[in-house]
Design a protein around this ligand. Structure first.
Ligand SMILES: C[S@@+](CC[C@H](N)C(=O)[O-])C[C@H]1O[C@@H](n2cnc3c(N)ncnc32)[C@H](O)[C@@H]1O
Length: 272
């Protein structure tokens, strides 16, 4: 029973069943905004800013050092991925986020702003995972999986970093290289994601006591997205045959969020 309770929030049949019982929820879900909270161009700008900073930091530390006239500490191995990524995030976006035990009892992990200040309308996190078109098979991967996120058009994002989901992501990511270029990032499956935004799947559901401070927004990656920066994208298509732009889901702040605050989203609000 506890298992059912733990994943019913996103289990699509459960949501549909409860819509008919709960008018308030129905109203929330059917009141879809036609306009995005933040224009796509702004989301793209933030992602590019961070990815360029991550790329510069990886290739040479010069770019970031010049901007801040400070020596950049040298890291090695996993440490470099995580701490270097956090530095790049703070310097490019003005805040850091991280996974930590939630302030909610028995809710597992949550996502917190750990440094700086998130302004309203900022791209605060990304929802990593394998992208399934509505007609693609996900049954096995969705069993006991509370991380399957459903977009308005029926596209699903499997953000589970364990089990079959993890194997599927790794396999699709390895498959989709373009020549020397890796086109997605698998490090969100570890404790040290290279792209520090890629922890959005750990954001917990809001309540009356903890209102939502972020919301989900669909973001399709344009074909013009620089090929050398795609290695920081934490999403990959399940099928290589998918012809539409890569679907990403980002979390956008609904208000200013200060360091120390936990992020909460509304699992029932369907994004556009
Ligand atoms: C997408 S996961 C979020 C990450 C999760 N906290 C974890 O550590 O794996 C969704 C699960 O988190 C838990 N959760 C999310 N919001 C919650 C809330 N407001 N109260 C209690 N549990 C919550 C439920 O177990 C839910 O099935």
């Amino acid at each position: 029973m506890w298992l059912w309770k733990s994943y019913r929030h996103r289990f699509v049949p459960w949501v549909v069943f409860n819509l008919s019982k709960n008018e308030k929820t129905l109203r929330q879900v059917t009141e879809r905004s036609k306009d995005k909270l933040v224009p796509d161009e702004e989301v793209s700008r933030s992602l590019l800013k961070l990815f360029r900073a991550l790329h510069g930091k990886r290739g040479s530390h010069g770019e970031l050092r010049a901007a801040h006239e400070q020596p950049v500490p040298q890291f090695s191995g996993e440490e470099e991925g995580q701490d270097g990524g956090r530095d790049a995030m703070f310097q490019s976006l003005g805040f850091c986020i991280d996974r930590k035990p939630s302030t909610l009892p028995s809710a597992g992990a949550g996502v917190f702003v750990t440094r700086g200040l998130v302004s309203k309308g900022a791209t605060v996190a990304m929802y990593p995972g394998t992208i399934y078109q509505p007609y693609e098979p996900i049954l096995l991967q969705s069993i006991r999986n509370s991380f399957v996120f459903r977009c308005i058009d029926g596209v699903l994002v499997d953000g589970n970093d364990k089990g079959i989901s993890k194997m599927v992501f790794r396999s699709c990511s390895g498959r989709d290289r373009i020549g020397p270029f890796v086109t997605s990032d698998t490090t969100w499956l570890t404790d040290s994601p290279r792209n520090p935004l890629a922890v959005g799947q750990y954001v917990n559901n809001c309540s009356n006591e903890r209102p939502a401070n972020v919301c989900y927004q669909e973001h399709d990656i344009p074909d013009s997205f620089p090929i050398e920066l795609r290695q920081y994208l934490p999403n990959v298509n399940y099928s290589q045959e998918t012809r539409r732009p890569l679907r990403c889901v980002v979390l956008v702040s609904l208000r200013e969020v200060a360091a120390g605050e936990e992020l909460f989203s509304n699992y029932y609000t369907i994004v556009h």
